[in-house]
Design a protein around this ligand. Structure first.
Ligand code: ACO
Length: 435
């Protein structure tokens, strides 16, 4: 096996080392490409570019494998709490009982918002999108609770990680309460992370909400499955912002905004919109699938396809079973689940989807679970953001801890006008309309 890749440019051969990861993935290290040859690589969308060497999450998209710090996602979904999964991602190993207790206490201490932070909610219009509130409020945490924003020592980092994980959940619930005109509910110290969130979302002063074990279990699993996914769009955003030396809260706030897009975290809302559209319009699932095959229709099958998984998304497999299980246990029927099953069957039997290796992704069934729990549709992407927070923190830490880290600064191939003469204002012609 060669240890070098050879690239020939203008008849001259150049050698670049091959790097092999712990799971055998190989990459050409082209870090000296530009300085030695004068050329750069072009990889629009980065589908062939390894942006980092990372020890956090391993994905094999062809085999449908997802592991956090080496632990299979199936085991974590079955056995682990969201918080110990978060500790695994951030610090590299599952916590022992003493570590778990310490972090639990920190989360409990950090759960409430600063009194003045609560006033921010009054400044948002009542119909503001929850993701706008989420990103703005996460950015604001640093101004209130952590004047020391250069998190360079471990105890400060641990406290900041706890603050972010605990508060992002309190912010989400408070934004919802503010939106529906109910008083904000304080967190309780005796509830676990997931139960506490459901309490802050659904309790009212005259009627406390008690989460059933089935609902708490399903939500815990949803969060575990969303906790990290290596170099996806929002995580790459967090890493990019972190590389400039920006603090944890600023970087994660940027990640929330990246997640908002319908091709990323926004897809879980788009799936429900799509299923409701099929139900309300009376279109058959088969004809909707046919429409999604036509490029000119502007329709894509939401919750289908993935940049990395070209076989199946292991998270979708777990969530499909979990959705069935939850609806059976809470004795709720959801016609959208039946439509989802029909859409899935029609697409999986269709050459268009088979040839392009388009399978259901994590978003296809997660919305059914969130609906059954009672989470409103416009909060779905916020739920994804709560789940992804530990991953973002782990990646921020990995960038921060890398002594050799340079600021991320990609190159480009410029295709705009060459040297162009400056024209005085009276002589300019409006060319924009003709473009
Ligand atoms: N419905 C119909 N056709 C699709 C779909 C889809 N959902 N996804 C991809 N295709 C087609 C494309 O039109 C393209 O066809 P072509 O070869 O004829 O040009 C081919 O499959 C390859 O598609 P790309 O866009 O190149 O795939 P890419 O890897 O860039 O995009 C993405 C992946 C964004 C997830 C895409 O599949 C998509 O838009 N899916 C729907 C949105 C979605 O569910 N997003 C959630 C992703 S998971 C997550 O963020 C947690």
């Amino acid at each position: 096996m060669t240890d070098y890749a050879t690239i020939t440019i203008d008849g001259v051969e150049h050698q670049f080392p091959l790097v092999t990861g712990s799971e055998g993935e190989r990459a050409i290290d082209i870090s000296t490409l530009r300085s030695t040859t004068g050329v750069v690589t072009l990889d629009d969308g980065y589908a062939n570019t390894g942006a980092a060497q990372s020890a956090i999450t391993f994905i094999d998209g062809d085999k449908g494998i997802l592991r956090y710090r080496g632990v299979p996602i199936e085991d974590l979904a079955k056995h682990s709490s969201f918080i110990e999964t978060a500790e695994l991602l951030i610090w590299g190993e599952l916590p022992d009982p003493a570590q778990r207790d310490r972090f639990r206490q920190m989360l409990s201490d950090q759960a409430p918002l600063h009194r003045d932070m609560r006033k921010h909610f009054d400044g948002f219009p009542s119909d503001a999108h929850p993701m706008a509130i989420q990103s703005a409020m996460i950015n604001a945490i640093q101004a209130y609770d952590l004047p020391e924003i250069h998190i360079s020592d471990d105890p400060t980092f641990e406290r900041a990680a706890a603050a972010l994980i605990a508060k992002t959940r309190t912010i989400a619930a408070a934004a919802y309460k503010s939106h529906i005109g109910q008083p904000m509910v304080y967190p309780r110290h005796d509830l676990n992370y997931v139960e506490n969130f459901l309490h802050m979302m659904f309790s009212v002063p005259y009627r406390p909400y008690e989460a059933t074990p089935e609902v708490a279990h399903a939500l815990n699993m949803f969060l575990v499955l969303h906790a990290d996914h290596e170099q996806n769009c929002s995580t790459s955003t967090v890493r990019m912002v972190a590389s400039s030396g920006a603090n944890l809260f600023t970087a994660v706030s940027a990640g929330v905004n990246a997640l908002w897009g319908p091709l990323h975290g926004g897809a879980n809302m788009a799936v429900i919109d799509m299923l409701e559209d099929i139900r309300d319009s009376g279109t058959s699932p088969q004809s909707y699938v046919d429409k999604a095959k036509d490029r000119n229709s502007g329709v894509r099958l939401m919750g289908f396809g993935h940049r990395v998984y070209r076989n199946f998304d292991p998270r979708a497999k777990i969530l499909k079973e979990a959705a069935d299980d939850l609806l059976n246990k809470v004795k709720v029927t959801d016609p959208l689940l039946d439509i989802a099953r029909e859409v899935e069957a029609a697409a999986l039997a269709d050459d268009y989807f088979v040839e392009r290796k388009l399978y259901p992704n994590v978003d296809f069934y997660s919305g059914i679970i969130l609906r059954a729990i009672g989470i409103p549709l416009d909060m779905f992407t916020v739920m994804f953001a709560i789940g992804r927070t530990p991953g973002w923190i782990a990646h921020w830490k990995e960038v921060h801890d890398n002594a050799a880290q340079r600021i991320h600064r990609p190159r480009q191939v410029y295709v705009g006008p060459t040297l162009t003469e400056w024209v005085p204002r009276p002589d300019r012609k409006d060319k924009r309309k003709k473009r």
